[in-house]
Design a protein around this ligand. Structure first.
Ligand SMILES: C[S@@+](CC[C@H](N)C(=O)[O-])C[C@H]1O[C@@H](n2cnc3c(N)ncnc32)[C@H](O)[C@@H]1O
Length: 321
């Protein structure tokens, strides 16, 4: 692949790196093509997927307290959301803040233009007064673009336990880098899925209807469609695991036979042994103690924790020191 590397898309390069590694992996950020966006919307409505309902409950029940904490002693702020998705939960806050006459603007950032278009159209209709400045791109490229004019208090939302998609090794680096992009006094409102009954956790990634399986396998379909690969989707199984000691949930695609897959865009053939796994996603679960440590290591202090009634989930409000 070496002589063509320079002309390959980042997508093709990342897929090659993952499939040429041992063990094999694929980055979860590539789940979200148009079909992946739709499948994730379905996952959020699944009976087993408690995460969305918990965060929804926190926003719905505690929106007044959340607004008070966001404002503190200020009268305005710039609200930025990393990986906004379709913003279903965020809309609860956006509506409340608008109804309360708060002086704020909203900048959703997402790698998926498709999902940003849906969100922007929806907000135009549902909250016409809201000032929206959507930015397509990777978290930090978009944040850097946004912060060219940083003169107002910024409140950054990072919801849906998106932070859980970073390994325990890379999350502190990500949070430190995020902190480096903020000014003293700025706020980060960040969702963490908490450790709980392991059976509840595992079911959330292995639903009865098989939507999470379809979401995982769609990554291979996307590689077929966009990079000219010939993955046989029937020959991969969805297999999630949860380790109650480390709090790590992992999703895998397991090759159920020995096989070879060719990808036109990389010009390479990749061999799979029978029952060889591709690691596709990590969804870390946390304790309140580990969350406080993360905040301190990244240069923040915890202002307040907002939890749901079952203590399944926390939206933790941090202030940059
Ligand atoms: C799991 S969804 C969560 C959406 C929303 N935050 C929520 O809580 O419902 C993750 C979203 O983050 C976006 N995303 C993933 N990796 C990203 C990256 N590196 N940069 C920007 N957006 C990213 C995806 O496109 C997707 O819309």
């Amino acid at each position: 692949m070496s002589d063509t590397t320079a002309t390959l898309s980042t997508f093709a390069k990342d897929i090659h790196s993952g499939l040429a590694s041992n063990p094999k992996y694929l980055s979860s950020k590539y789940f979200y093509d148009e079909k992946g966006d739709q499948l994730f919307q379905s996952i959020m409505n699944l009976e087993e997927y408690y995460l969305t309902r918990c965060e929804f409950e926190i926003f719905d029940q505690q929106k007044a307290e959340i607004l008070k904490s966001f404002l503190a002693n200020d009268t305005s702020f710039k609200l930025v959301e990393l990986g906004a998705g379709d913003g279903t939960k965020t809309k609860i806050l956006l509506k409340h803040f608008t109804n309360e006459g708060v002086d704020f603007s909203y900048s959703p950032i997402d790698i998926s233009q498709h999902v940003l278009d849906i969100l922007s159209d929806d907000l135009k209709k549902s909250i016409p007064k809201l000032q929206v400045n959507a930015i397509q791109g990777d978290y930090f490229d978009a944040l850097a673009k946004l912060n060219e004019n940083h003169f107002q208090k910024e409140v950054v939302l990072f919801l849906g336990s998106n932070i859980g998609n970073f390994s325990n090794g890379s999350a502190p680096k990500f949070l430190k880098r995020l902190g480096d992009n903020l000014s003293s006094g700025d706020l980060l409102f960040i969702g963490f899925d908490l450790m709980k009954d392991p059976n509840v956790i595992l079911s959330a990634y292995n639903d009865k209807l098989g939507v999470t399986k379809e979401f995982n396998i769609n990554l291979l379909r996307r590689i077929n469609n966009e990079l000219g690969a010939n993955f046989n989707l029937e020959s991969f199984e969805h297999f999630p695991t949860y380790d109650p000691i480390t709090g790590e949930t992992k999703s895998h695609l397991i090759s159920n036979r020995a096989q070879e897959v060719f990808i036109e865009a990389t010009g390479e053939t990749y061999s799979f042994d029978a029952w060889e796994a591709i690691h596709t996603e990590v969804s870390q679960k946390y304790s309140l103690k580990s969350i406080r440590q993360f905040a301190e290591q990244a240069g923040f202090k915890v202002v307040r924790n907002f939890t749901d009634k079952n203590n399944y989930y926390v939206d933790s409000l941090w202030q940059k020191i």
